[in-house]
Design a binder for this molecule. Sequence first.
Ligand code: NAD
Ligand code: ZN
Length: 379
Amino acid sequence: MLRLLPTHTVRLFCSRSARGISSRALATRASIQIPKSQRAIVYETHGGPLLYKEIPVPQPKPNELLVNIKYSGVCHSDLHLYKGEWPLKVKLPLVGGHEGAGVVVAMGEAVKGWEVGDLAGIKWLNSSCQSCEYCTSGHEPVCSTSVISGCHQDGTFQQYAVADAIQAARIPKGVNMAEVAPILCAGLTTYKAMKESGAKAGNWVAIVGAGGGLGSLAVQYAKAMGFMVLGIDGGKDKTQWAKSLGAHEVVDFTTVPDLPRTVVEKTGGGAHAVINVSASATALQQAFAYVRPTGSIVLVGIPGKPIIDLPILPTVSRQLKIVGSMVGNRKDTQEALEFFARGLIKSPVKVAGLSELPRIFEEMDKGVILGRYTVDTSK
Ligand code: NAD
Ligand code: ZN
């Protein structure tokens, strides 16, 4: 059910002006009504209740945008964080989520180049220092002071969220907001992983986890970039799904008798690049047996127990490259969004209400979701 929220207008901003909201910003905000409170999914402990509740609307800092989130994709990383599976410092209580597509409704006084009404995306990387050696060389996801949405600060499973104006993504006008949301993490991450793989047009790229959220987009980015695509996932539904999205070949890891041999046969000698977007350490381990000599294995998925045995001799003698890849930088983000806006990538999301997040997490945990869920924050 849609809930009508109490609203307060620009007058509130006038009363906050002593806390740093400029007259320029005030002028641009005059027509926008921003409620005092909003609906969000909040958890207080890892694995604890996911509470659908009313919380205050955050106030943007001088460098931040306040974005009215319309849709947020639900990423497996949100589930890992909720379960406390990774050794990351997580803010608690927390509003998760990092694939938020929405509209700018306010901004801090130091923000440049954004207007109220612009479409904005809130990503995993909410902010970074912009001055360290990584930020200044296009590697801002590894900035040691980076702030992660839905981890270090409240994310996009709420109706209003803040993001650093420099890191926020510019969503092209006219795109479907429910469909563009997953591009902000799943699309960006897989597009970047493809670039990092070093694969060339015509090469075979194996997507491990091809029927999931990242995999569904990875198959399409790979195809759009001119690669031959082999999708691996479990069950008929997922492999057929990957095929319907454009995979040239698919392999069902739950039924194939000898997975490495099958992949080597189907690719005429092994995959030139393996992009592991599954959260399975076993799947990653297997990749060493079917990657082509001189090929690359790109690690994207992060299992709860993220350790495998590195087969040293074959890695050395077959001259393999092992690459870690995390989300992407601002340029990668805009490129991934352009592929989507040009119609090269479909984002066949299932839309649900924000209040349904607990059920979505349960389905994700069971591994039964085809593709990606996007939640409508108004429901
Ligand atoms: P998802 O649950 O939607 O998809 C995972 C898919 O992997 C599922 O379809 C599942 O059936 C499949 N799978 C499981 N075991 C497999 C196996 N042995 N072989 C092949 N496929 C198998 O999850 P998602 O949202 O796509 O995220 C996937 C992983 O990527 C998660 O670990 C997530 O945290 C991680 N991730 C990493 C980054 C990054 O920047 N590195 C960004 C986003 C997500
Ligand atoms: Zn994600």
